[in-house]
Write a protein that binds this ligand. Sequence first.
Ligand code: ATP
Ligand code: MG
Length: 201
Amino acid sequence: MDKPDREQRHRHRMQRKKEVVDKAIARADKEQGLLLILTGNGKGKSSSAFGMVARALGHGMQAGVAQFIKGRSDTGEEAFFRRQDGVTWHVLGEGFTWETQNLARDIETAQRGWAIVRAMLQDPSLHLVVLDELTYPLKFGWLDLTTILNDLKNRPPMQHVVITGRAAPEALCEAADTVTEMQDSKHAFRAGITAQKGIDL
Ligand code: ATP
Ligand code: MG
């Protein structure tokens, strides 16, 4: 194929593509608070959620973060976002279940945590709420899914909520607007490399 012909075909193809994309963009004209789920076994769930917190702050929006299960207290995101105006940061878990080894206390901690989340879900001044690792207290039955779905449904109409954690329950994904499943194709941990600052924490 000679060069001018190839360029012309490319131009036509791109033109057609632009028409399709422009039509799709014109169709998507609704404004709405979104519920996003970041789940799956691959890396990138929490860091993606914190990326959205950074985006929101960049627009002068207010964000609330609740971390449900926390294995460590020295993460870069916590250190960074606690220094920013416009973010409220709550650590609601006491650590992993195999560390606390006290079921009644885990349930009580999770439920006390949800009361704090509920207050955020009733606060229209919060434009974005991140519920990091919420799927674990759900999976362990420490929180009632119906209550959570109800509180999410009754939040301010323009408030965005991002939920992270492996094995998100089906009913939660059904209620969501955007669901992303991180796929674990490879992880450095399996090659014996420990969690790296700036990447994993
Ligand atoms: P990140 O916070 O890096 O976005 P994540 O939220 O997707 O990760 P979690 O299940 O919350 O993943 O686990 C948090 C920690 O475990 C991070 O240090 C992350 O790098 C690591 N991790 C995530 N996925 C895997 C995996 N498939 N194998 C081993 N370690 C993982
Ligand atoms: Mg995570």
